[in-house]
Design a protein around this ligand. Structure first.
Ligand code: SDX
Length: 436
């Protein structure tokens, strides 16, 4: 018998089954043969929140949570952050290899020439209230691009998919900047093709009446590094959403909007905004011990801490801490950093957090940098969604081209009523009061 197998004995029938083990998994469908009789549907797995379920095979991003390792297509995140630009990494995440000089030049030219938005997009944006949350504006506007590019629904055509992918990567900063300018009541700024991806984003955000926007190179590089760190993260909540919505063959704009909606949640990409609110609530280093005590008593969570996969320090948080110091040399030190560092110091020494393997994650320090750059907390998750777009699209492509994948449709464990006798309206009596 092959060693790469699992033998299961069903004590209900004393039957034994030998299942193949592949990549450290058994196929859930191999359990269906385990029945107690001919009418039995067969065994399923029950795994709320997919704590221990692999939904796909992937070769995009590798994470070793215990050792704090993150690699895109085999390259360590620290190496990519030090040596590459975001568009270079976006090429790697999407196509699987680092581009040559010529390939990168062509890629940057393509993306640069898709940054313009259809003028109708401005009308979508003008419909939002001045205080609309930028993530809600981004999600809605990305979905609305589905109306501008109806051919995008031809998702089986690889060339058409790639055309929409380039548009989405290019237009995310333009949409984000449009939302930002709208929230401030400032006139919209058009893209400047002379500028790099981060510099052009800064131009569309912050250009006022000067004839040509000149980006601070330190801030532009810090933004580029932050974009690299946020590009992809294997099967996180929003990537899973991208795969599931995409599996119904929805077009890439509606699918990306769904993924961005998932990212907006405070337990996911929305955490960076929540971290700043938490640091504001703490107010000073002196208040940190009392705040930590409150968390340990079960009153809320330490935002920016903990991770489903990392049970060690998030490698991205280390790079972000380094980038923060570079940014503060230009912007001046954000006093919130001292509160964050004290919070990290105390938490990492405290048994409650050590036992639960809670470490700072990517969201713990990113907001402090963004605030120092001049962004309001409502923009922080938008700054996460921009770079993550290429990760979502790479996962989407991988799902669509995987012959094993089909429309995502999980099963359930039934806990409801058996069949009930219908009672006409007049004959019904009130049921025991339950929350309505
Ligand atoms: C991102 O998946 C990804 O890869 C996401 C991401 C990406 O790049 O796409 O990395 C980006 O979303 C980072 C995570 C940002 N979210 C936050 O910072 C919010 C705070 N963190 C937690 O909500 C939590 O840690 C999660 C959601 C990140 C992970 O939750 P899990 O894996 O479901 O863990 P859990 O909620 O089951 O917690 C296990 C225990 C519980 O205590 P007990 O019930 O065992 O007593 O740890 C506790 C939790 O209460 N816990 C925390 C905590 N996180 C978990 N306690 C205090 N503070 C926290 N932050």
């Amino acid at each position: 018998m092959s060693k790469e197998t699992l033998t299961i004995t069903d004590n209900r029938t004393s039957q034994s089954y030998t299942l193949p083990v592949e990549h450290g998994t058994i196929r859930a469908m191999d359990l269906r043969q385990i029945k107690t009789g001919p009418d039995d549907f067969g065994l399923m797995t029950y795994d709320p929140a997919f704590m221990n379920t692999a939904s796909c095979r992937s070769n995009i991003t590798f994470i070793d949570g215990d050792r704090g390792i993150l690699r895109y297509r085999g390259y360590p995140i620290e190496v990519l952050a030090e040596h590459c630009t975001y568009l270079e990494v976006a090429y790697l995440v999407l196509f699987g290899d680092l581009p040559t000089e010529h390939e990168l030049k062509e890629w940057v030219t393509e993306i640069t020439h898709h940054t313009m938005l259809h003028e109708t997009t401005k009308k979508f944006m003008e419909g939002f209230r001045y205080n609309a949350h930028p993530m809600a504006m981004l999600v809605s506007t990305v979905a609305a691009l589905s109306t501008v590019y109806p051919e995008a629904k031809e998702i089986q055509d690889p060339a058409n998919r790639m055309h929409q992918i380039k548009r989405l990567i290019a237009k995310m900063p333009s949409i984000a900047a449009l939302a930002y300018r709208h929230s401030l009541g400032f006139p919209y700024v058009y893209p400047d093709n002379d500028l790099s991806y981060p510099e052009n984003f800064m131009n569309m955000l912050w250009k006022m009446v000067e004839p040509k926007y000149v980006a601070n190179p330190v801030l532009a590089r810090a933004l580029d590094i932050l974009f690299i760190l946020h590009a992809d993260h294997e099967q996180n909540c929003s990537a899973n959403t991208m795969r599931c919505v995409g599996s119904s063959h929805a077009d890439p704009y509606l699918t990306t909007a769904a993924a961005a909606a998932a990212l907006s949640g405070p337990l996911h990409g929305g955490a960076n905004e929540e971290v700043l609110k938490m640091l504001d609530e703490i107010g000073s280093k002196q208040n940190v011990p009392a705040y930590v005590k409150k968390i340990k008593e079960g009153h809320g969570k330490l935002m920016g801490f903990g991770h489903r996969v990392y049970k060690n320090y998030d490698p991205r948080a280390k790079v972000i801490k380094w980038a923060a110091e570079r940014v503060f040399e230009v912007t001046g030190r954000n006093p919130k950093l001292d509160i964050a560092l004290e919070l990290e110091r105390i938490a990492l020494e405290d048994e409650y957090f050590i036992k639960r393997k809670l470490y700072p994650n990517v969201d713990f320090y990113s907001g402090i940098i963004y605030q120092a750059m001049g962004f309001r907390p409502e923009m922080f998750t938008v700054l996460f969604a921009i770079p993550r777009t290429v990760g979502w699209l790479a996962q989407w492509q991988e799902m669509l081209t995987d012959p094993e994948q089909k429309i995502g449709r999980p099963r359930q464990v039934w806990t409801g009523h058996e069949v009930r006798q219908f009672v006409p309206l007049k004959g019904r009596s009130p049921v025991a009061a339950t929350a309505r």
